[in-house]
Structure formats: structure tokens, C-alpha cells
Design a protein around this ligand. Structure first.
Ligand code: GDP
Length: 148
């Protein structure tokens, strides 16, 4: 999900391009205004942190762009492209390392590949089933070997 700072800075196209070019397939996306209830649920694991109110305030401060991407090991691939939580520790070439400077305003959220089920949980939080499409990309046979 591209956070409100990324949307305001006109980075939707840049970020979508990175995932598309990597070979991942977009199966759903939408611009959303996250309300406080949804933000509380999304960030429930951080409810006891001292930055929680700031976090909820920021993620509800303007439109965000939610996306669902599919592909081999997509959650891990996306996390590696996103970089570390703090842009200052994110390698150049990653989204946060190239496009962010601030720990809170770090441009993008991505499901945690080390927390099994976080991707499914977050998809259900933000999308109806009918908003997710099944289709093939024409380059799939060039992206994956038969063994995969
Ligand atoms: P992520 O999975 O890499 O996004 O990181 P976390 O799940 O640990 O944290 C969620 C979000 O909280 C991060 O993306 C940051 O935007 C924000 N965050 C993390 N640590 C801090 C902090 O110390 N202060 C503030 N203001 N925000 C933080």
C-alpha cells in the first residue's frame, strides 16, 4: 500500500512500474481513504507503541493506494524491493532507499513475509473478493520456468 505521503508526492506510477517490471501481476488496486477504525485494525500489533497515535494520524491523513500483487514468493519479493522500515537503513535501489527519508513517512507499507498469514489478513481487510481478478499475464511463460 502506498501511504499518503507517496500518493501526495505523485509516486503511485513510479512504484507500480517497479512491481510490474519485476514481473509481478497486479490483481487488485484502489485509492482509499483509511478511517480510524480501519487504521486501528491494520496497525493493531503496534497498539501499545508510543508512536501509535501518530501512525494512525498519518495513515488516515489522506488517500492511500492499496494494491494486491501476485507472483512467485510475492510477499518476500515485495518486501525486498520495499527495503528496511527506516529509509536511512534501506539500500539504494529499494523503494524506501530511493524515495524516502523519514521513518514515519516511509512511502509504502507491505505485508510481512516473516508473519505467515499477514498478506491474506491484510488483503481481506482492504479488499472485497470481487475486487480481485484472476487472469494470466502474457509474459508469464518467460518469467517462470516449467519447474516453478
Ligand atoms: P514495516 O513493516 O517496515 O512498515 O514496519 P513496522 O510494521 O515495524 O512499523 C509500521 C510503521 O510504523 C512503519 O512503516 C513506520 O512508518 C512506522 N514506525 C515504525 N517505528 C516508528 C517510530 O519509532 N516512530 C514513528 N513515528 N513511526 C514509526
Amino acid at each position: 500500500m502506498i501511504k499518503p505521503d507517496g500518493v501526495q508526492r505523485g509516486l503511485i506510477g513510479e512504484i507500480v512500474s517497479r512491481f510490474e517490471e519485476r514481473g509481478l501481476k497486479m490483481v487488485g488496486s484502489k485509492l482509499i481513504q483509511i478511517d480510524e477504525d480501519l487504521a486501528n485494525e491494520h496497525y493493531a500489533e503496534h497498539a501499545d507503541k508510543d508512536f501509535f497515535d501518530e501512525l494512525v494520524g498519518f495513515i488516515t491523513s489522506g488517500p492511500a493506494f492499496a494494491m494486491v500483487w501476485q507472483g512467485a514468493d510475492a510477499t518476500r519479493q515485495v518486501r525486498s524491493m520495499v527495503g528496511k522500515t527506516d529509509p536511512a537503513e534501506s539500500a539504494p535501489g529499494t523503494i524506501r532507499g530511493d524515495l524516502g527519508l523519514d521513518l514515519e513517512r516511509n512511502v509504502i507499507h507491505a505485508s510481512d513475509h516473516e508473519d505467515p498469514g499477514s498478506n491474506e489478513r491484510e488483503i481481506q481487510l482492504f479488499f472485497e473478493e470481487t475486487e480481485l481478478l484472476e487472469y494470466s499475464r502474457i509474459d508469464e511463460s518467460w518469467l517462470y520456468t516449467d519447474e516453478d
